[in-house]
Design a protein around this ligand. Sequence first.
Ligand code: ARG
Length: 624
Amino acid sequence: APSPASFNGIPLLAQLPQLPQLPGTDTKRAPLDSFKIAIAQHVNQTLGIDVEKAIEGVGPGKVGDFTVAVPRFRLPGKPNDLAEKAAKEFQPNEWLEAVENKGAFLHYTLNSETLKKITLQTIHVMTHGFGAPRNDEGKPLPSYGSNRNGEGKRIIVEFSSPNIAKPFHAGHLRSTIIGAYLANLYRANAWEVKKVNYLGDWGKQFGLLAVGWKLFGDDKKLEEDAVNHLFEVYVKVNQLASEEGKGEKIHDEARAYFKGMEDGDEECLGYWRKFRELSIKKYIEVYDRLNIQFDVYSGESQVTKANLEKAMSQLRETDFVSREENGALLADLTKYKLEKCVIERKDGTPLYITRDIAEAAQRWEAFGGFDKMIYVVASQQDLHLGQFFKVLELMGYPWAQKEAGKLVHVNFGMILGMSTRRGTVVFLDHILDETADKMHDVMRANAEKYAQVEDPERTADIVGMTAVKIQDMSGKRINNYNFDWSRMLSFEGDTGPYLQYNHVRLCSVERKVKDADGLELPTESLDFESIKTELITEPKARELVLLLASWPDVVKTACKDHQPSTVVTYCFRLTHLVSSCWEFLLVKGQERDLALARLWLFRCCKDVLGSALKLLTITPLERM
Ligand code: ARG
């Protein structure tokens, strides 16, 4: 069997006692898996439980590092006696230092030397090379924390999904932030991910917009900033359309126009196409600023007529759909506590929900199936999502059956009090501009530091984006939160700038030690054996190593709970712990071996914090 202590041929700790390989564990990537196996082995040897069963009982410990509750195995005899027996028969080895039994619980302490070595080596190897995946330039991608759980599985993550000519509101912002994070997260869990933006890019409003365009449109403005200009036009034409007398005529024109679009009239479609293309161009710019990209710009317009027809004719045959007296087609979902919903207007045209139904089936075809499809949409649309998932299920699609668990709605609460100095209608780019400006002011307040920042504009922008994202992802998704400029932009408290500050500080310790003591820690060719990790003896440092070692487990948990706060909370635990270590884990001016060992620990903290930030779609800064 391959030694669990080697990674792609690089011996990590060749001299360690061999461990059995267990399904669901990956000792190359998750340092704690080895220790869990060692514990399971001890439980197996002393209590006769299968190792594979035993490992399921190994959980985080309040007393030791890991705890096993003996009663869960339902063995004959008193659990307390069994625990005592197991503890008595314990022999320390290079994996486990000690076990203590308290009542029916077994509290294990991991061997500190092995813990330090294996954790730091795994982080180093996974981050800086050897077997790590590489980007286009051949640089290793930080991948400590990633796993192979989702290998061979495909997921579609639909998120952001703004409406053309309407404001990009807070709900779209949250969907964008959370969706991009989920896409990264699934990728870190080895899923093949497709990121889809489902634009609101079809409907009667485009008829109105075309009428408005002829009156108020400006080609130059459209080129520069389609999103804001189209909204301007839309507001003006709506005003006109609500005027007495004039209004009716405008509505008639708009209706005729949209009918032309529906019928495929090229002239009518021409405007719409231009509006759509230039809006997407502007969206791409703004998303880029947030470090977010999409694989597909889909949208309501992209649901084909044929697929809509197909869905409608299937639906007409089902027993939960019936024709109302007024001619509309109604799906009755009251049995499922999902009310009733119209799926076809009396004039035969489809609705928002009709398109979602047809689009889901269309995606299944276009992507050649999927193992999961996540919709990141505000909780205001819980009913809508519930309804169309249920309709798809009742239509009999195997992939839409509840038990299959493939269709997932990831919902979230509202942002309260988000407005800019320009007014109450908020546009994403205005929010981002204002964030960057305010961040810039905060940075300028420290003149000395500010003078050293190389590219203040860019730095302020990145720290500002970090602030917005961390504020959004700190709490449980479902909670509403207040958009609070001064709190989120502060360097103190659990904020985005605080995380960036900590990353920068971890980077600067290496620079300072190099300047002051000429000491450098190699990256690609680091000789692990030469670093004396036994010199790291402080209990807090051990706590830090244990926290670093748990990062791959956090990534797995995060993929199950779909809570960005799982990762954000980890970042704060890590940075708080690092902060509390600076005063006694000195590096500068220390004896060489000690300095190198500590430097390696801090390097690993930087690497893990960096990976966590990247997972959250945030670019970690090296200076600021
Ligand atoms: N464009 C919609 C809105 O702004 C959001 C779309 C959500 N996704 C979906 N498949 N319905 O409300």
